[in-house]
Write a protein of this length. Structure first.
Length: 270
């Protein structure tokens, strides 16, 4: 991975995203592309007159706010030993980031905050980014201090196409991990060849240990969270499940639950 797109936005997850992107860039000798999207609504009620568009005064204020945040982030990058550049855009964050990610190897975004959100909560777009484009997404908890790419990785494997896409996308990072665990949650109704995943990784020179985790009459996501804690995973690879209709993304229960509750970064692909 040589080009890492970093979502720039002034929220409670900004620092964890920046640190994760820098940790990745150092580990992979990669370049960080900072993408900041300034919202430019068609109508701003406080300044629009007769539906003629947004107020230039409010537009200038939005740009000034983003410029001040850019200055702070650029000062942070001076402290990091990574190559980076900056791309400023206007519009909606989701389509802007997806457009910018066409030649990126990974997007760094934030996991949604659990519980009640606030004005400073990270934008809940990690799922939309994973399903809306072809670039894998690293979704980082807002309170994460770093991204231990060389630590212990866990692959959530169920033999599906999204899981396969996530596994293929993660190969460059899995090569850097000190240990890789592949976890399949036992399900009598959905048999699949679990051995395929470790065989695939072995061909890439990655040694992985396969675990068949007991479901024990509980939701799959609870069994996976138990596996993450028990095995001491530093980050997780999993497929993004769902479909898109009129830009509304509906996720399966496992992905949706882990997006809300995962204690570690998730590498998502669809």
């Amino acid at each position: 991975m040589k080009t890492i797109l970093l979502h720039i936005h002034d929220d409670l997850g900004a620092e964890s995203r920046l640190q994760a992107a820098c940790d990745l860039a150092r580990a992979c000798s990669a370049h960080v592309q900072c993408v900041q999207v300034t919202p430019m609504p068609e109508l701003v009620a406080a300044g629009a007159q007769d539906g003629m568009g947004y107020s230039p005064v409010i537009a200038a204020e939005l740009h000034a706010i983003d410029q001040a945040f850019r200055t702070r982030i650029e000062a942070r990058f001076v402290q990091e030993d990574v190559a980076w550049d900056w791309r400023q855009m206007e519009g909606d964050s989701l389509p802007g980031l997806l457009d910018a990610a066409k030649l990126a190897d990974l997007i760094v975004a934030s996991l949604p905050e659990g519980g009640r959100s606030s004005v400073q909560s990270p934008l809940p777009i990690a799922a939309d980014l994973a399903l809306g484009g072809r670039t894998p997404v690293l979704a980082v908890p807002p309170d994460a201090k770093d991204f231990a790419v060389t630590g212990r990785a866990l692959v959530a494997w169920d033999g599906s196409h999204p899981a396969g896409a996530a596994l293929r996308a993660a190969v460059p990072l899995l090569k850097l991990a000190e240990a890789v665990d592949i976890v399949t949650v036992e399900d009598r109704d959905t048999p699949f060849p679990a051995i395929d995943a470790p065989e695939y990784l072995a061909r890439h020179g990655i040694k992985a240990q396969l675990h068949s985790w007991p479901r024990a009459d509980r939701p799959t996501e609870i069994a996976l969270r138990e596996a993450i804690a028990t095995l001491g995973a530093d980050w997780v690879v999993m497929g993004a499940f769902g479909h898109s209709r009129w830009r509304e993304l509906i996720f399966g229960g496992v992905t949706r639950s882990l997006l809300r509750t995962a204690p570690v970064p998730l590498l998502l692909a669809h």
